[in-house]
Design a protein around this ligand. Sequence first.
Ligand code: MN3
Length: 207
Amino acid sequence: MMDDQRTSYQLPELPYDFNALEPVISAKIMELHYTKHHKGYVTNLNAALEKYHEAETKNDVASMIALQQAIKFNGGGHINHSIFWSTLAPVSKGGGQPPKGELAKMIERDFGSFDSFKEKFSSISTAIQGSGWGWLGLNKNLKRLEIATCANQDPLSAQNLVPLVGIDVWEHAYYLQYYNVRADYIKAIWQIFNWKAIEERLAKAMI
Ligand code: MN3
C-alpha cells in the first residue's frame, strides 16, 4: 500500500556561471541567491515533505495540516526560482533579444505593444508591497496573457495561470547591488530575459 518511491527535490543546475548575468545581476547576488536562498527552499521542502509523510503514515491529520504552510512556502520558492533561472540568459547568449512568433503576437494583442507590456509589467512588479513576484502568465481557458503578482513564494498556479516569466522582487534578489532602488533592478532585468526560453514555455503551456 504505502510506497516509498518518493524522490527528494534537487537544486536544478544553473545554466550559466554566477558572473554570466553581469552587469545586470552581480556574481555575488547570483551565488547567494542560488546556493543559499534557492538551496534553502529545496532543503526545507524536502524536510517538510518527510515530516508530512511520517504524519501520513500515522494518520495524523492535524500534523499534516500544520505542515502545509511550510510546503507551500518552500515548494513555491523552489518552483519560482527554477523558472527564474531558466528564463534569464547572458546578453552573449541571447538575453534581451525581443520575443518573436506566437508570444510576440499575443503580447501585442493583449497589451497593445511590447513597450506597453514592458511598462505595465515593470510598474506592477515595482509596486509590490513587501516580498513577492511579478509574473507574466497564461490564462489557459481564455488563451490570453495576464500580468499578476504573488506575495512571498506563492506559486502563480494558485491563480490558475501558467507562469511564463517572473521577476523576483525579494530584496535578496537585488539589494546588494541596487540597494533600495527596486525600480532600477527591474529596469535592468529586461537586458537578460531569455525570450526564446519563455516562448518555449508558452508553446508547452498552449498544448
Ligand atoms: Mn529569490
